[in-house]
Each structure stands twice: as structure tokens, then as C-alpha cells.
Design a protein around this ligand. Sequence first.
Ligand code: NDP
Length: 500
Amino acid sequence: MATVALDSRLSRPTAAFLSRTHKLLIDNEWVSAASGKTFPVYNPATGTVLADVAEADKEDVNRAVRAARRAFDSGPWRRMTGAQRNRLMWKLADLLEQHLEEFAEIESMDNGKPLAVARVADVPFAIEWFRYMGGWATKIGGTTIPWSAPGDFLSYTLREPAGVVGQIIPWNFPLLMAAWKLGPALAAGCTVVLKVAEQTPLSALRLGELIQEAGFPAGVVNILAGYGETAGAALAAHPDVDKVAFTGSTEVGKLIVQAASGNLKRVSLELGGKSPTIVFGDADIERAIPGAASAIFFNHGQCCCAGSRLYAHKSVFDRVLEGVTAEAKKIRVGPGLDPSTDMGPVVSDEQYRRVTGYIESGVRDGAQIVTGGRKVDQNGGYFVEPTVFTNTQPTMKIVQEEIFGPVVCAEPFDDADLERIGRQANDTLYGLAASVWTKDLSKAHKMAGLLRSGTVWINCHNVFDPSLPFGGYKQSGWGRENGAEVLSNYTEFKTVTARL
Ligand code: NDP
């Protein structure tokens, strides 16, 4: 086992959790991987090992799927009412709330994000998501369908749980992504095998302990840490999994679709983005500037909906560029646990090399760095400066590809034709989100109609609520997370027709 370096600022419960042996949750038991293997999890602020975690592989996926199948087919879960499932989910949310500080610390250590952000965003949102989704457990129902030739038949639909669900999540909001996935699946009555990201497995493993404490029946939630190419691929391909839900890169999303084709399991995908932030000349510039900066720099740009392409009308472009640059320069980059930190390290060495590689490619292609662009040398951590590019071309990699780091490309537009602006904004293979900044209501709503993306924000960006459907057009995914819409990912419709 590697030597684990703990930070002296951590609270006692967090230090105690990190010092534990981290196993896999299968059938309500914490078990070692069948292979006996473990893998190291790194603290991105220092590059040192934070924990060793059991490494799930195909055999562990088989065990977890068997447990989930048993729990779905013959366990007490199947016989529980929606109200009972709701109560368990609220209990879990209450427990999370009691351990809010501990989860914020784990998230900050594991992912690198500032503790203050995890405290006010990641953990409270996860709690809210479980509560909101718990409410749906009592409200999922079918409809009575009027026949075209009335009289002889009665037809109605039932909505039934989809079955055993495989869920694969990324590292950018580890706990929140677990809540986005588990919440609707549990509300619908499914059982789950959750594969967490290799970079950030810890908060979900701690959540597993609370799931046990809340009293969920055995096998309803199984949590595996391990690598995507092994455990993730085995879960996506497993013949006894009825549905797979994935959040991550578009590239891996396509592999999931291929893997799922063996038994034609249901697939939902929440994938990448290259979201435009569009600032019109009549926008409230004092709000648009910090809004555009936060659209890209929140969570170090590691958001699928990050506003990574900034378009501003030429009448305000210089002011917007100057303002966003000033905001970028103000950001204090440092370890997540340091109270003065605004932006932590990116999540991993691999991500660090990927983001800095994109910055180098932008420079090579002739784009101009207005601010940032350098690595921040701090204690061996994966720190990157908030970076603003201009003088880009639409075909450059930094304009087309998802960087998933604190890097924005800013360009002016001088068009009055909204359709042409829409075409420019839509000119990527993604279609996840966009924001429009203007005081002209009619322009704002016309743009909302022209943008081919699953979410359009007006005079705001990165605004979420559990009630709001979220997902992508084009290669940003299939299906929607959140709101009532997500339930269709986890339910099957059954039509019942009776001759009268
Ligand atoms: P991935 O898409 O590789 O990872 C997301 C999840 O998928 C992880 O749990 C990963 O496991 C798993 N996974 C990886 N390969 C497979 C596979 N063949 N079968 C099944 N599951 C698999 O993202 P990365 O972490 O590699 O990040 C690379 C880029 O992806 C980022 O720079 C960013 O552009 C994009 N990304 C987008 C996200 C989004 O929310 N839209 C989230 C994360 C990344 P493991 O981590 O263990 O390999």
C-alpha cells in the first residue's frame, strides 16, 4: 500500500475516512476486488497519493450485477411503495446534510475544487437532488388513453422501473453526478451498479456508507471504483444490465453505445460541450463580464456546459475582453483547502497535460493569449492559469474541441442578423448549452429559438435546478437528466388493453 499523505487542516471524520481501507460496495457489503488489486487516488493539489482504493474489474462487475438483479427481481425493494422509497431517499439526504463538512473536504481533496465551493454547491446540491427526486417516487404513473373508436376497449399505461441500471460518472462533480444518477433511478424503483471515476472515487464510497446507514435493502445500490476501460466497459456491455446511463466525453459515449448494442440495453448519454456565451451590444455589461468569466472559470472550466467560446458584439468586444481578462487575473489559483483559493488544480496529471497541450496548440495555430497560458508551479500540483485567447479561427482545435479547463476563446461579431449569429454559435459538433446576454427581450428569445442546444440561459450561465431538464443536442448526448424528463430514462411504458 502506498504512503498516504493527509493534510493537517482536515477535520477528524475526514481524516478517519481517508485512512480507512477503501473497498467496493456489493450487496451491502464492503468487499475487496476479486483480483485483490488496488489503485492509487491522487491529491491534485500536490500530486501525492491520497488513498488506495479497491480496483473493480469484470468479475466485480459480474458480482455487482448479480446482486442488483437479485435485489430487483426478488428483494424487498420491489415490494416497497413509492412513499417508502421516498423516505429512504430523504433519510439519505438528511445524513448527507449531517456530514456536509466532511463531504466538502473529501470533494476538495479528491477533485481539487475549493472547499468553499464544495460547501455551498456540490454537497448542498447533491442533497437537494436526492430530495427532489425522492418526491417523484410517489408520482410516477401512467395514463388512461381514450380510444379512437370508443366503447369496446379500455387502455391504460403503466410506468415500470427499467430494471438493473449501470451508471458511469465522471470526476468534475463526483458527489453531485452520483446524486444526478442515483436519484431518478432509485425514485423509479431501479437497482443500480454505479461505476465512479478513477480520479475521484472517494465521496461516492463515503456515500455508500450513508446508503447502508439509511437502510436501503441489500443490492439496491452497488458502488464500484475502477478504470473505465475495464470495469466501465464490462458494465456497459453486461448482458444482464437493462439500461446504462453515462456522463463523460463524447468519445467514450460512442464506445458505450457500441458496448450496449449486445443486448440492446437502453442508453442515455450526457456528453461534452463547447458552449457559446453571446454578449450583444445592448447587454448590461457590468453583469455580462463577471457572468462570462464565471461561465468558463467556474469549477476550473471542468464543466460540460462551460462557456468556452465567448462572442461579443464589436461595439462592446474590447470592454468585454478587457473585463473578462481582469476577472481572470483576479482569480487566485491554489490548493482547494486554502481559504484564499478561488480556483484549485485541474483534476489529474493527465488532464493537466491535456489542457496545457490545448493551450500550446492554440499558440502554434496563431491564436493570441491575452492572459494566462502558463502552468502554475505550486507544490507539485496540477495548476493551470485562467487563460483567455483571442484572434482565433473557427477551425482551430481550441475553438472546436472540448478543453475542459480554464481556457476561453473570445471573438467579436459584427452581425445584426440573428440567424447568422446563431449559425456561428451552432458551428460545433456539440449542442449542450449556451448563454445570451442582452436587454432586448425579443432578441433574447429569438436567439433561444435559434440555438441548437439543450439549455439556453438568458443573462445568466451555469444555473441549475433539479426540476430543469438538462442534456444535449447533436453529439452532446441522448436523453435528459433532471426534472420529470429524466424519469423516462429509468422507466418502461407498458400499455394494457382490455376488451370490455
Ligand atoms: P471519460 O469520458 O473517459 O470518463 C468518464 C467516465 O467514463 C469515467 O468513469 C471513466 O472511467 C469511464 N470510462 C472511460 N472509458 C470507458 C469505457 N471504454 N467504457 C466505459 N466507461 C469508460 O473522460 P476523461 O476522464 O478521460 O476526461 C477526458 C475528457 O472528457 C475531458 O477532458 C473532457 O473533455 C471530457 N469529459 C466530459 C465530461 C462531461 O461532463 N461532459 C466529464 C468528464 C470528462 P475512468 O475515469 O475510471 O477511466
